[in-house]
Ligand binder design. Structure first.
Ligand code: IFG
Length: 528
């Protein structure tokens, strides 16, 4: 990271001249000491300060609707703790926060930004509104953690001056929520979306169907939710998203520049569908609903035409509800499907998804089939499968279970989770490079990383927060920041001061003993 540190004399002088600049209650004056995660490409400081006041406005210069919406989002972040109005306007004045999308800024790509903080103005410049949104998350993290409070705080609200330039290493930085084993309500999913947006993740994969539950309304096959949505692991009431609720989640995520990837897992992991419609079973008998946690016992009847009509109907309705480019077809642990049936099934299902205008992602077992163009192999357990995919020219989405599976226990004392892939502490989640993990899978083969949370043992948002935070923060940096700029010692100190922010946001995060978590709210957010 390129840094310009201030000489002692100059800093002393500034402290005398600008008494409120001191690094005490007013926050840091050295931008390079802010604990931004993911770590930006470069941060330079010039030791002065910008102050939010009740006169601060947010400027979308030409009133571009997408930028106005991003401006309103920023205003919504800043208003509660400051009590200031933060109007979103066109007129720039001293003290404005200016949002600029300039198409010719190819240097920032589709998600990068430049955040320029001077004494008189803050400017976020990007090539797209998504880049501006990511600049806003950085701006948010430079402000004291108290900015996350939902009631008015004394402040002051100081931003140290300098320039951040930034863009991500990988274009796919995702999380997965298994809403099938245990169902999570719309508000819980929205909370999750809010939290992962803070760390610039941009994909949310929803595991919508499995043996224990079918969670998305399909109008042409209503019993999938009427029957298949009725329960969950442990026998609870389960639930499902109506198409209206799913669309609400899609829009909520999109407003935070997060793309939903829906998964219909098949031909295995299908007991909920097999319990809902007898005709999907080879023996024509509907299965009982299942509330246990075994895997690999179910299969659609791959030899029956009605199964492909079912898939065509389901994929068609889902595709029409999903603006994102991907539909995930699962394909994992199909132990009840003979490989000679599995391969033609996967070949045919890929064509159905492509017919509906979407690209396919499938767990790495699908690499045993013939991969259609633009099908992505989702590496989770068998690197041999992922390598088969690379050999077919497919790209890989990296979710190595022993680094990214958030349902793995932190250690043997963790009350929630499993440990079949090993224990995953924060450093285990951080100290790896996707492009050098598996020989034969290089940087150009990888579209990005994703952190799945399977929910066999997870029942509500507080469980989710405990297993996801802080490991998702580590993985967010693995996906955003080039490996050559990352180091565990540097990360762990920045993560430490995120602890105050997470506490203020009431996130039920795991206080890993590997991190010297800052305590209380006196923390200046410097990460020292
Ligand atoms: N593997 C299964 C998941 C879940 C997981 C729990 C995949 C692709 C073990 N499949 O991960 O359904 O049961 O850790």
């Amino acid at each position: 990271m390129k840094t310009i540190t201030l000489s002692g004399t100059l800093l002393l002088l500034l402290t005398l001249v600008f008494p409120f600049q001191s690094c005490t209650k007013t926050g840091p004056t050295d931008l390079t000491q802010s604990c931004i995660i993911p770590k930006p490409l470069s941060v330079s400081a010039d030791g002065e300060a910008f102050r939010l006041t009740k006169r601060t406005n947010i400027v979308a210069p030409d009133g571009d609707t997408a930028l106005v919406r991003v401006g309103e989002y920023l205003a919504g972040l800043l208003k509660p703790a400051t009590g200031y109005p933060f109007p979103v306007e066109k007129a720039v004045h001293k003290g404005s926060i200016v949002l600029v999308v300039s198409e010719n800024d190819a240097e920032y790509g589709t998600e990068g930004y430049e955040l320029d903080i001077t004494r008189k103005q803050v400017t976020i410049t990007a090539g797209t509104p998504a880049g501006v949104f990511h600049g806003i998350q950085t701006l948010r993290q430079i402000l004291p953690p108290e900015i996350e409070e939902s009631s008015v705080q004394p402040g002051p609200w100081i931003l140290p001056t300098g320039i951040v330039t930034d863009k991500p290493e990988y274009g796919y930085r995702g999380a997965m929520l298994d809403v099938s084993r245990h169902f999570f309500h719309v508000d819980e999913v929205k909370r999750f979306i809010d939290l992962i947006a803070l760390y610039k993740l941009n994909f949310l994969h929803l595991h919508l169907s499995d043996d224990q539950g079918w969670r998305i309304e399909i109008k042409s096959w209503p019993k999938l939710t009427e029957i298949g949505g009725k329960t969950e692991v442990g026998g609870g009431e389960g639930g499902f998203y109506t198409q209206e609720q799913y669309s609400d989640l899609v829009q909520y995520a999109m407003n935070r520049f997060i793309t939903i990837v829906p998964e219909i897992d098949m031909p295995g992991h299908t007991n909920a569908a097999l319990a809902s419609y007898a005709e999907l079973n080879c023996d024509g008998k509907a299965r009982d609903l299942y509330t246990g946690t075994n895997v690999g016992f179910s299969t659609l009847c791959t030899g029956k035409e009605i199964v492909y009509k079912f898939i065509d109907d389901v994929v068609g309705e889902l595709a029409s509800l999903t603006p994102g480019p991907y539909i995930h077809i699962g394909g994992d642990e199909s132990h009840a499907t003979p490989m000679e049936d599995y391969i033609p099934f996967e070949n045919r299902v890929q064509q159905i998804v492509r017919k509906h205008g979407k690209k396919v992602i499938g767990w790495d077992e699908i690499a045993n089939a013939t991969l259609a163009p633009n099908t992505t192999v989702h590496y989770w357990a068998e690197k041999e499968n992922a390598l088969k995919g690379v050999k077919q020219g497919a790209k890989v989405l990296m979710s190595p279970a022993n680094r990214t599976y958030l349902d793995m226990q932190y250690d043997s004392t963790t009350a929630l989770g499993l440990h079949w892939a090993g224990y995953i502490e924060v450093d285990t989640a951080y100290r790896w490079d996707p492009a050098h993990l598996v020989e034969g899978i290089g940087r150009d083969d990888i579209i990005g990383i994703e952190a799945p949370l399977w929910s066999e043992t997870i029942t509500d948002i507080k469980d989710i927060e405990y297993m996801v935070f802080p490991r998702i923060i580590a993985l967010a940096e693995v996906g955003w920041t080039p490996a050559k700029l990352r180091s565990w010692d540097d990360f762990r100190s920045r993560l430490a001061c995120q602890g105050t922010r997470l506490t203020v946001m009431d996130v039920n995060f795991y206080r890993s003993p590997r991190i010297n978590w800052s305590t209380g709210k006196e923390d200046t957010g410097t990460g020292k």
